[in-house]
Design a protein around this ligand. Structure first.
Ligand code: ADP
Length: 408
């Protein structure tokens, strides 16, 4: 079975074609700057194998239809491709950012599901329209191939009301569905399952804190295989410090900035989403650059790193408290998987809670695979678990196709 995974943003489409029987990635790539005068396409076939070949193109990509048509050309053409024709694609899995309260599982796409995703656009005005464009284009270009929506919010739908409701007037929840949703759910789910496998426990009996630190950062508390809390909220701005997003701030900040700087709500929103986080504090949003600056004595960079890690520590502590028993803390994504310093600083004081990091193991952890970095005998294990959202989307897509399951 071959599954095409599409992650369609407002101006980009990331794709991966997976051979689920062989467990391999056949092709992967990215179409960027859709709608701009010049678009960019990067494509790889047989990535990670001896046959790997990479291609790059610059050409105008006016819309998603053009972008996806090009992707299909690339994966089917003799010079760049991996399959002879679209007939060899068995299903398409779409990453959809927001499923609201309507979708708590991967869902076979039909007209009603498209309407359901469209109904969530007010909750994700920047993200869901891209996903919808991807779905509509795939349905047109690959007639007869089933499409499945996999929602970033779905794994978090098991949170109890005391975790997802905000202490604001009830009417705002009932009328506008203002509540915590959480994102990166596919990654948290995948990592928590890998954790259970590593511990040799059934998933339904595994409790862990999953710490996704990439460009966007979020954490989830998983109790007996179900998410019971997560750090992102109504939007992905909440919670941890991120590359350019502030994470938690005093909610009165908007009023303060409006009163004292005359900024509009939109301007404040842009500051908190695009000019804050690590970048706002020291001018760099890539953790590797921050380490370089620290080595040169940049104190802003050092403080940014400390603020970032302190927030991670605080949230891990919070989640261990609400879990009331944790098997493991699992670090994942670009920073979580690769940055030993961030892991060390974030876990340094957790020994008193039963999670003892082993500095040597952490520093010398192998890249790109699961590793345990807690001290021998630490009651709570600390692990590095590489995430794989595309594989998880493809697996969930396949499961829906096999079960013919459809969320009502
Ligand atoms: P996304 O959230 O876009 O999927 P990733 O999970 O790929 O992002 O994470 C991207 C971030 O990971 C980069 O911005 C960078 O800060 C960080 N990163 C990647 N490699 C390293 C590394 N070797 N050391 C520290 N940080 C890294």
């Amino acid at each position: 079975m071959r599954i095409l995974v599409l992650n369609s943003g407002s101006s980009s489409v990331k794709y991966q074609l997976l051979d689920m029987d062989a467990g391999s990635v056949l092709a992967t790539g990215l179409v960027e700057r859709i709608g701009e005068p010049m678009g960019a396409i990067r494509h790889k076939r047989f990535p990670g194998s001896e046959r790997e070949e990479a291609f790059a193109f610059e050409q105008p990509v006016p819309d998603h239809t053009t972008g996806l048509t090009r992707v299909i050309d690339l994966i089917t053409a003799a010079e760049t491709g991996v399959i002879a024709g679209v007939g060899e694609i068995d299903g398409v899995g779409h990453r959809i950012v927001h499923g609201g309260e309507s979708f708590s599982a991967p869902t076979l796409i039909d007209a009603a599901v498209i309407d359901g995703i469209r109904a969530q656009v007010p909750l994700a005005p920047l993200h869901n329209p891209g996903g919808l464009a991807g779905i509509e284009t795939a349905l047109r270009l690959l007639p007869g191939v089933p499409n499945v929506a996999v929602f970033d919010t779905a794994f978090h739908q098991t949170m109890p009301a005391e975790a997802y409701r905000y202490a604001i007037p009830k009417q705002l929840y009932t009328d506008l569905k203002i509540r915590r949703y959480g994102f990166h759910g596919t990654s948290h789910f995948y990592v928590a399952k890998q954790c259970a496998k590593h511990l040799g426990k059934p998933f339904a009996e595994t409790s862990c804190v999953t710490v996704h630190l990439g460009n966007g950062c979020s954490m989830a508390a998983v109790k007996n295989g179900k998410c019971i809390d997560t750090s992102m909220g109504l939007t992905p701005l909440a919670g941890l410090v991120m590359g350019t997003r502030s994470g938690d701030v005093d909610p009165a900040l908007h009023a303060f900035l409006s009163d004292n700087k005359g900024l509009t709500i939109r301007e404040i929103d842009a500051i908190l989403n695009k000019q804050s986080g690590l970048k706002g504090m020291c001018g760099h949003n890539d953790m590797r650059d921050i380490h370089d600056r620290i080595a040169e004595g940049d104190q802003d960079a050092e403080l940014a790193l400390k603020v970032f890690c302190r927030r991670v520590t605080q949230y891990i502590g919070q989640y261990m408290a609400v879990l009331g028993g944790t098997d493991a803390i699992c670090f994942t994504a670009g920073i979580g998987e690769n940055d030993a310093v961030v892991r060390q600083l974030s876990c340094a004081t957790l020994g008193s809670l039963g999670a003892v990091i082993d500095a040597e193991r952490n520093m010398h952890a192998p890249r790109g695979r699961l590793a345990e970095i807690s001290a021998a005998g630490s009651p709570v294990k600390i692990c590095i678990i590489p995430t794989n959202e595309e594989l998880e989307i493809a697996s969930q897509t396949l499961e829906v196709l096999r079960n013919g399951k459809k969320e009502e």
